[in-house]
Design a protein around this ligand. Structure first.
Ligand code: AVJ
Length: 333
């Protein structure tokens, strides 16, 4: 124990001596923009108050069918989905977003039981939207966790009473933001927190024609561009940086090897940006990009394999045919 404290203290000391960088956001910006080769920023930082609002608008765009497909499937099939679970169930959602599509699952569950619902979100804005959206469901008690997914899920698991099963919702194809190996590792971590008989409802966007994807991630109205550029605006607001947004542009490109659509911010000219709170000055050459997000697309078959690799059994799938998207129900084995 003493050893542990000692090591910990030493580590903290090194950190404070070498840098005055205080927030995790500043640390991640520092690491991503000083990386040799491709500069990058973690996609989770797209969702501040402005970014969360812009994502809601993206979800309403005709070119972006992901959220509507997810909602359609849940509105049509919630009763059938819930019928495959053994009660009593408590619900944990990784990244609740606005909570709109979760309503269908909660209503289906409420026909059988009072339901505890635990949204887990790093975005306080999204948590508030979700509380407002679902607050009217009388038979549902909502306790939100402003945490990283796995930390939040551990908290939920600690609240499980004997005989209760956990249903984890991971909707909207958020898993697509991980590359394939990291996605599997993440599901393995989720599985480690669960018990046999618990379940995971996983929403995934499916492979579709490249032109359709490019339109979905670079819409003509420029909402996705604003969503992406807001990350630089956020660094200006929160870290005192001097990004000139006119000197960067949003681009979407398909990575056929990874089967993912990528968002980047491309520097239109040679320039230097100061980010005081991340203690860096960042040079950009003309055409250089910051990689901000990857959205991986799946095929139905590989989801069975993914389930196996994470010690789940894929018990059922529901597919939307208007916009290729699937819900897969994984049961922990
Ligand atoms: C919310 C992560 C599922 O990857 O499609 C939308 C985010 N990025 N448009 C996605 C997003 C650009 C979205 N997810």
């Amino acid at each position: 124990m003493a050893e542990y404290l000692h090591l910990n203290g030493a580590q903290m000391l090194t950190n404070t001596i070498s840098t005055g960088i205080v927030t995790e956001f500043a640390q991640d910006v520092h690491a991503g923009l000083t990386k040799p080769g491709q500069k990058e920023l973690p996609s989770k930082y797209l969702y501040d108050t402005v970014g969360s609002a812009l994502f809601e608008v993206i979800s309403a765009l005709p070119e972006y069918g992901v959220t509507r497909a997810d909602e359609r499937l849940l509105s049509k099939h919630s009763c059938e989905i819930v019928s495959k679970l053994s009660p009593p169930i408590l619900v944990a959602e990784l990244g609740s977003g606005s909570g709109k599509k979760t309503r269908w699952i909660l209503e289906a569950l409420c026909r059988r039981q009072r339901t505890s619902y635990y949204p887990i979100e790093i975005s306080a804005t999204a948590l508030n939207m979700c509380r407002r959206e679902l607050g009217d469901l009388d038979a549902v008690s909502i306790v939100g966790f402003e945490r990283e997914y796995l930390d939040g899920l551990l908290e939920v698991a600690a609240r499980r009473t004997a005989g209760q099963h956990i249903l984890v919702l991971f909707l909207g194809s958020t898993i697509g933001n991980f590359d394939r190996p990291a996605g599997i590792r993440f599901l393995q971590e989720v599985r480690r927190i669960l018990l046999p008989g618990d379940s995971l409802l996983l929403g995934t966007d499916l492979e579709k024609p490249v032109l359709q994807l490019l339109d979905a991630y670079d819409d003509p109205l420029g909402v996705t561009a604003a969503f992406n550029l807001n990350l630089l605006a956020r660094i200006n607001r929160e870290l005192g940086a001097d990004f000139n947004l006119d000197r960067f542009e949003h681009i979407a490109k398909y990575n056929s090897e990874a089967r993912s659509i990528e968002m980047h911010l491309r520097s239109k000219q040679t320039q230097v940006v100061n980010i005081p709170d991340a203690e860096i000055t960042v040079p950009f050459s003309e055409g250089e990009t910051i990689w901000t997000e990857s959205s991986h697309k799946y095929c139905l078959k590989e989801l069975f394999q993914i389930a196996d690799e994470a010690s789940f059994h894929c018990a059922a799938q529901w597919v939307d045919h208007e916009w290729a998207f699937a819900e897969s129900l994984f049961i922990a084995i």
